[in-house]
Design a protein around this ligand. Structure first.
Ligand code: CGF
Length: 829
């Protein structure tokens, strides 16, 4: 059959590629050529970093070839494409990931070793691309990997920040933020497209023009800035498909200040030009809210305007008729940050393409889908009308027009229920009149989804209840996922090899459902031994890292208990720290003989606090203060250690996750939209200690309560508990540990006072006191299970075996089918 013929041809091609191009010798030659001609060093003398640079360029060459083929194929086939609009991507390192997706890990390692270099050491030379804050940003990166692997015709769009997420430096236990100029040593993974540039307009006025007897609005901008494309190839695994992440950088436009030069105002003109570049220079480091910041709004519009010009240009290269637009274009709003794309599309359709308002609106509503990643009200951005009016005057008019149409539609549905109309309106009246970006996105998107089943239920019953009641068909849920290529194959090669050995195939790397096959061997003693060995080696790697970064030696026999994520009150790192204090207190008050029964623990915490988030910063300091006390107490020794891992980022996660025995996901129920860290730990066979929040609820469905340590109030109990406030009976141990902090047992008494205030009486909004008792019980259950290594290993194997549902491949398949309406478009070899 022709299918068989294609498969044969592909195999031949792969073999040829393997012999002629990706064999160690050819790779070596290319590496050395890059050492000499790209890095400009002698091929007889170069160091690890230069080897990294040369190897990266050598890999990049291979990516570019595949990428050209893919783009050509997409052009020929002209499939419907999805355009993923996201302000944040946490890509981490690219070298290992690309090599693994190209399937040439061993060949590269051989090539390097013959040159006297070690693959791991060379790969570690790469810095992280940290163009995002946390879960949302890493999710975007995972989804790009899945889109490429599953052959979907997709593009990612975002901003090329010069300063990524700040570097966290800890001095005396306090967090300090330092800028991360990640482009300092060049970035081999991007290609600057000097010819792909678009003007982006700001400020100015709106005027009317008459064309063929019709009145049109025209926007006369006050400032124009150039967007320049930087393309990052994203290779799929087990496919030639390589898609594009196109990031925009702001450059001063050549047109706008000639006049200033001519009038002799040279200095000001240069300063203005530099100001233009600030638009794409800094990532906002707060993952909570950015209300009313002009630069943030400029970033949002800058990236959607450039992206839409690019998308529409691509469409118009082939099509004349905009009726086809929804058949060829799906626009995904990754949270509300890119929502200005909605009025921007309307502006282009109405003012530039002259499609007429009704037609334009009809098309607009067919192309947008919207994912929200939060339940926190403060993250539902609002734009002050004054700000929007000055920065984007035409967009404000369009939003008003959309809103009056929306209000009319609403009245038809709900009559003159003014309270509800006011609640649902896109325009919020009040002291500061503002635009509710979420309402705009909800009304104008054909689908909206939360990022877990529970999150979507909360959206429907609480956050967006009014909308859900009227348009239930718009609402979907798409549980997040993470890519097994990054989170097992790259970061845990030993586990990867073990899984493949026991499943008898590597196919699970593309077909994650196969992981379930491990269940069959969950009690097999030989697998247990090999599994434990792999886990021990990973713990060793982590212990070495801990020693190198903090000087602390930890015992490999201890349970490695990890909580790594952004520091937030709702994520309750404080609950963890108070639990550690309790453990410490118990050890101190135990008879010496009894201490032998204590299960040793190494508690590891890591994460960044937003620079302006005082309570989060206090949690970091408290963690250090407690660690100082515990780690230097000879009564405790190896029974308990507390480590804060500084500057947590993607590559640190790649090291920590495989080495964790237990991981904590302990948000107050109803606050974590999904959580993706838990999925990475689960895949790596780490047991979870968790509340029934976000995606954990679905993890329970997959692996069962027996294979994890569940605790805490359920979502439906939380409101009642909050109402009860100070009348809740809080365990004595809780009061005791808080008192220890208050009384200055760990020093810094005054500094920690306000932190203690947040968890006592009516102020305990995140219910630490209410959940403390069951938290300790879950911890005790974990201790008990750890002693029984056979049980623990079985639970660990079952965790990995049950993690298939949490691959981003599944999430993307779901989006493709139910939201975007796109099909795979596989590039032939
Ligand atoms: O997005 C989050 C994370 N903080 O980035 N929100 N945002 N924005 C949620 O809090 C997580 O629960 C979620 O997993 C993640 C990705 O959807």
């Amino acid at each position: 059959t022709s299918g068989e013929r294609t498969a044969k041809a592909e195999r031949m091609f792969e073999l040829m590629d393997g012999f002629l191009k990706n064999d160690p010798l050819s790779l070596q030659k290319d590496i050395l050529d890059h050492v000499e001609y790209t890095v400009a060093r002698s091929r007889f003398s170069f160091d690890d970093f230069e080897a990294y640079q040369a190897l990266s360029h050598c890999i990049r060459d291979r990516l570019i070839e595949r990428w050209h083929d893919t783009q050509l194929h997409f052009k020929r086939k002209d499939p419907k494409r999805v355009y993923f609009l996201s302000l944040e991507y946490l890509m981490g390192r690219s070298l290992s990931n690309s090599i693994i997706n190209l399937g040439i890990r061993d060949q590269c390692a051989d090539a390097l070793s013959q040159l006297g270099f070690e693959f791991e050491v060379v790969a570690e030379q790469e810095g992280d691309a940290a163009l995002g804050n946390g879960g949302l940003a890493r999710l975007s990166a995972c989804q790009m990997d899945s889109l490429a692997t599953m052959d979907f015709p997709a593009w990612g769009y975002g901003l090329r920040y010069q300063y990524g997420l700040f570097r966290q430096v800890i001095l005396d236990g306090f967090q300090h933020e330092q800028p991360d100029y990640w482009l300092n040593f060049g970035n081999p993974w991007e290609i600057e497209r000097v010819h792909v540039t678009y003007p982006v307009k700001f400020y100015g006025t709106v005027e009317e023009e008459i064309l063929n007897g019709e009145k049109y609005k025209i926007w006369i901008p006050g400032e124009t800035i150039e967007a320049v494309a930087y393309d990052n190839p994203i290779p799929g695994y087990g496919t030639r498909n390589t898609i594009t992440l196109r990031l925009w950088a702001a450059k001063p436009s050549n047109q706008h200040d000639m006049e200033a030069y001519n009038t002799g105002d040279y200095i000001d003109a240069v300063v203005n030009r530099q100001r233009a570049e600030t638009i794409s220079s800094i990532l906002y480091p707060d993952d909570r809210s950015h209300q009313g910041k002009e630069l943030r709004l400029k970033q949002q519009y800058f990236f959607v305007s450039a992206s839409l010009q690019d998308i529409i240009r691509r469409f118009k290269d082939v099509h004349k008729d905009f009726n086809k637009f929804p058949d060829k274009v799906a626009l995904q709003l990754n949270d509300i940050h890119p929502a200005l794309a909605i009025p921007e599309v309307m502006r282009v359709f109405v003012d530039e393409e002259h499609l007429g308002w009704n037609k334009a609106f009809d098309l607009t509503c067919k192309i947008f889908s919207f994912t929200t990643h939060t339940v926190q009200a403060e993250a539902l951005e609002k734009i002050p009308v004054d700000l929007l009016e000055s920065l984007l005057p035409r967009h404000l008019q369009i939003i008003y027009d959309i809103n009056s149409y929306f209000m009319e539609e609403l009245k038809k549905r709900i009559g003159l229920d003014y309270n509800r109309l006011a609640r649902m309106s896109i325009v919020e009246e009040g002291a500061v009149k503002s635009i509710r970006v979420a309402n705009l996105s909800l009304f104008c998107s054909h689908t909206v989804n939360g990022v877990s089943k529970l999150h979507s239920e909360l959206l429907q019953t609480r956050v967006f209840k009014d909308f859900y009641e009227l348009w239930p068909e718009k609402f979907q849920y798409k549980t997040n996922g993470v890519t097994q290529r990054r989170w097992i194959v790259v970061s845990n090669p030993n586990l990867c090899a073990l899984i493949s050995k026991w499943l008898g195939t590597e196919s699970w790397i593309r077909d994650i459902d196969l992981l379930i096959g491990l269940r069959e061997y969950a009690t097999d003693i030989s697998l247990h031994q090999e599994w434990q060995m792999v886990r021990r080696v990973n713990k060793m790697r982590l212990a070495e890292y801990i020693e190198a970064t903090s000087g602390l030696k930890v015992s490999l026999d201890a349970m490695f208990d990890v909580q790594i994520k952004r520091i937030h009150q709702y994520k309750r790192q404080l609950l963890n720290i108070l639990g550690i204090i309790h453990r410490y207190d118990c050890i101190k008050n135990m008879a010496k003989d009894d201490r032998r029964k204590v299960v040793p623990r190494v508690c590891i915490i890591g994460g960044k606090a937003a620079p302006g988030y005082e309570m989060a910063k206090k949690m970091i300091k408290l963690c250090h203060a407690v660690a100082e006390k515990i780690n230097n107490d000879s009564d405790v020794g190896d029974l308990l250690k507390l480590v804060f891992i500084p500057d947590y980022n993607v590559s640190v996660a790649e090291l920590v996750i495989p080495g964790a025995d237990l991981s904590q996901h302990i948000s107050t129920a109803g606050h974590e939209a999904s959580g993706t860290g838990s999925m990475k730990f689960l895949m790596n066979g780490c047991l979870l200690l968790a509340t029934a929040d976000g995606s954990t609820v679905e993890i329970i469905e997959e692996i069962g309560e027996d294979n994890m340590f569940l605790f805490g109030a359920k979502v439906h109990e939380v409101p009642t508990l909050r109402e009860k406030g100070s009348t809740i009976k809080v365990p004595l141990q809780f009061a005791r540990v808080v008192r220890m902090v208050r009384d200055g047992y760990f020093g810094f008494q005054d500094y920690f006072k306000s932190l203690c205030d947040t968890v006592e009486g009516n102020s305990d909004y995140y219910l630490l006191g209410a959940d403390f008792g069951s938290y300790l019980e879950a911890q005790a259950a974990a201790d008990k299970a750890f002693v029984d290594q056979e049980k623990w290993t079985r639970m660990s194997i079952l965790s990995t075996a049950g993690s298939g549902r949490f691959s981003s491949d599944r999430t993307i398949q779901d989006y493709a089918e139910k939201t975007w309406g796109i099909e795979p478009c596989r590039c032939p070899l």
